[in-house]
Design a protein around this ligand. Sequence first.
Ligand SMILES: [Zn+2]
Length: 170
Amino acid sequence: MSISHITLPVRWPRKRRIGREVMTRQNNILIEKCLALIEEARKVLENSYAPYSGIHVAAAVRSKDGSVFLGVNIENASYGLTICAERAAIASMVTAGKRSIDCLVIVSNTPKPLPPCGACRQVMAEFADDNAIIISYSVTSSEMRVWTLGELLPHAVKPTHILEETKRHQ
Ligand SMILES: [Zn+2]
């Protein structure tokens, strides 16, 4: 399937849940807002640079002030230097001076929704609390998954383990 021709979910699945967590009204509102990011990420999916794996990934991250930042995966002939879409999007957010993630959306052409890799989870934890929403959508199967960061990476190393809170934003 061409990555430029996909079907977006018209509505949220009937069964709303995030893993085993109880859905709160606050979470529901946040998820509704984050769903719009699927389309934002899809628009840049064709810019993904993946000549080796053919796995195209795009990410959209929304900071707490509502700004949206995009990223795609960028492979390299020296495979280990490949950059994930999630971290590319977060780098763009930080470059713009934002430091707090509301939600992050991943769009990929994999058969199933792609969870973020371990490295990206830890990078998210630098700028997001455990309640941040992560949505992954497969353009191939039109399946979607929703997690919280705390569910994907419990006991993350946080800035507060290293720095006093006052120093974090300096
Ligand atoms: Zn990653």
